[in-house]
Design a binder for this molecule. Structure first.
Ligand code: FE2
Ligand code: FE2
Length: 178
């Protein structure tokens, strides 16, 4: 984590892209038949993520940090590679991946809120303000998966938690949030 705290501009740019990707993920989930009844909830999440994206962009502007290129996340790519094909399987896997990504954001924001308290109180406050929302997204996606097929969602959650544990120990030299 010192590599993250020592390079806040890169962390903020990465965070902006994280929110942008979170918005597109919510919209992408709307393609699944099983989620047609949840389209308005997904839209609400997409709007919220776009608002977060805008808040990070505002922060970048205030601090004179240029918006830049996103870094690929090996962790997210590793999770998404294991999404299976077939309507039912795919929607459940996709939801669980999104849920874990949101859960990880929630944890990281919580960590940054604490770690930045004295170093950068404005940023600490900003991260603290996002924790609840990302926690809600984590829970919403997980409940959506369970609502489609609870036993299958539980099985896949176990699978993805194991995969997450394997992926997270792989070294990543880039100062990013996940
Ligand atoms: Fe967000
Ligand atoms: Fe989120």
């Amino acid at each position: 984590m010192p590599k993250v705290l020592g390079n806040l501009p890169a962390v903020l740019v990465d965070h902006a892209h994280l929110e942008r990707k979170a918005a597109t993920s919510a919209l992408n989930l709307e393609k699944y038949r099983d989620l047609f009844p949840r389209v308005e909830e997904l839209n609400a999440i997409a709007i919220e993520e776009l608002q977060h994206f805008q808040l990070v962009l505002d922060l970048l502007k205030r601090r004179g940090i240029p918006f830049g290129q996103p870094y690929p996340s090996p962790w997210i790519a590793g999770l998404m590679r294991s999404v299976r094909n077939g309507q039912r399987h795919q929607v459940i896997d996709h939801l669980i991946c999104c849920s874990l990504i949101e859960g990880r954001s929630c944890e990281k924001f919580q960590f940054l809120a604490t770690a930045l308290k004295t170093l950068d109180p404005e940023l600490a406050q900003f991260y603290a303000s996002l924790v609840e929302s990302e926690g809600n997204h984590y829970a919403t996606y997980l409940l959506m998966a369970k609502g489609i097929d609870e036993a299958e969602a539980d099985r896949r959650l176990d699978f993805y938690l194991e995969l997450d544990a394997k992926l997270i120990v792989e070294p990543n030299p880039i100062p990013m949030l996940h």
